[in-house]
Design a protein around this ligand. Structure first.
Ligand SMILES: *[C@@H]1O[C@H](CO)[C@@H](O)[C@H](O)[C@H]1NC(C)=O
Ligand SMILES: *[C@@H]1O[C@H](CO)[C@@H](O)[C@H](O)[C@H]1NC(C)=O
Length: 249
C-alpha cells in the first residue's frame, strides 16, 4: 500500500523544487509539450535520493517508513463479519526497490495518475486484532508482518488551488488508489491469547487462503493508503506556492 504513498511523496518533492528544494530535484516546464514524459524521467531520477528522507522538504525516511498507527477494518461479507486490525508503530519496508512506471499529468484538469511497481512490500510491527476473517473468529495481539509481493499500484489524484497571502497553493481534494499483488503473506503472532497451536493453525489457514483474505482487506487498505497520501502531499503543498511546481521554462 505504501508504494503509492512513496510515489506521491516523490511527486510532491519533484513539483515543489526551486528555492525550497534541494539541488537534486529538477522541475518540468509547464510548457513542455510532453510534460508527462518529463515528469516520469525526473521522477525516476530522484527516487533513489528521496528514499533516504530529507528534513529540508519535510520528507521522512521512506525505507523503512514509520507509521504511528494504521487501522484496517472490514464490514464483512455474507459469511464473514467485520474485522478490526490495528498496527502500532509499524514499519513499512521495501520502498527502496519501487519502480516508477508511469505518470500522466493534466495541468488543465488538475489531475495526475501514477503507476508504480514494488517487488516486495512488508508492513511489520505490534498489532492487535478482533473480529472475523474468512469464516473464522480471530482475536489476539503480538507482532504482525503483512507482506505483498509484486505489488502494482495505481493512484489517481485531483488537486484544487487555494489562495493564501497572495499566492496559490495546491491541495489534494480527491484521490483513488487501486492495487494488485501476486501474493499476500501474513504472520500474526499471539493469536487466541497466545495459544501457539491455534495461532499457528490460523496463520496457516490465512496464508493458504490469501486471495480471499486480500479480497476482504483490499478496500480498507486502499482507503487507508489514500488518506496517508492526501495527508502527506498536502503537508508538502502547504509550504510551496503552486507557481513553483511547474515553472515557465
Ligand atoms: C510523449 O512521450 C511518450 C513517451 O515517450 C510518447 O509515447 C508520446 O507519443 C509523447 N507525446 C507527445 C505529444 O509527444
Ligand atoms: C516479513 O515477511 C517477509 C516475507 O515472509 C520477509 O521476507 C521479511 O523479512 C519479514 N519482515 C520482517 C520485518 O519481519
Amino acid at each position: 500500500m505504501s508504494s503509492v504513498l512513496y510515489l506521491v511523496l516523490l511527486f510532491g518533492a519533484a513539483v515543489s523544487a526551486k528555492h525550497v528544494l534541494p539541488s537534486y530535484v529538477k522541475t518540468c516546464s509547464r510548457n513542455d509539450p510532453n510534460l508527462s514524459e518529463c515528469a516520469l524521467k525526473r521522477g525516476k531520477e530522484i527516487i533513489p535520493k528521496i528514499i533516504k528522507g530529507d528534513p529540508s522538504i519535510r520528507l521522512p525516511v521512506l525505507d523503512p517508513m514509520m507509521l504511528d498507527k494504521v487501522g484496517i477494518s472490514t464490514t464483512g461479507r455474507a459469511n464473514g463479519g467485520g474485522l478490526q486490525l490495528t498496527c502500532y508503530k509499524c514499519n513499512v519496508y521495501g520502498l527502496s526497490n519501487a519502480v516508477l512506471q508511469d505518470i500522466k499529468i493534466d495541468l488543465a484538469k488538475k489531475h495526475i495518475a501514477l503507476k508504480i511497481f514494488v517487488p516486495q512490500l512488508s508492513v511489520a510491527g505490534k498489532y492487535d486484532v478482533n473480529g472475523k476473517l474468512l469464516l473464522f473468529p480471530i482475536t489476539g495481539n503480538g507482532q504482525a508482518n503483512i507482506t505483498l509481493l509484486d505489488l502494482k499500484a495505481e493512484a489517481a489524484l485531483d488537486w484544487k488551488l487555494i489562495k493564501r497571502k497572495g499566492s496559490e497553493y495546491a491541495h489534494i481534494s480527491r484521490d483513488r488508489v487501486d492495487f494488485t499483488a501476486s501474493r499476500l503473506k501474513l504472520s500474526l503472532t499471539g493469536l487466541f491469547g497466545g495459544d501457539k497451536a491455534l495461532s499457528d493453525n490460523m496463520n496457516q489457514i490465512l496464508n493458504d487462503n490469501w486471495r480471499e483474505v486480500l479480497d476482504d482487506l483490499k478496500p480498507s487498505i486502499s482507503g487507508t493508503v489514500s488518506e496517508i497520501i492526501k495527508f502527506t502531499l498536502n503537508n508538502i503543498f502547504d509550504m510551496i506556492p503552486y507557481e513553483l511546481f511547474f515553472p515557465e521554462k
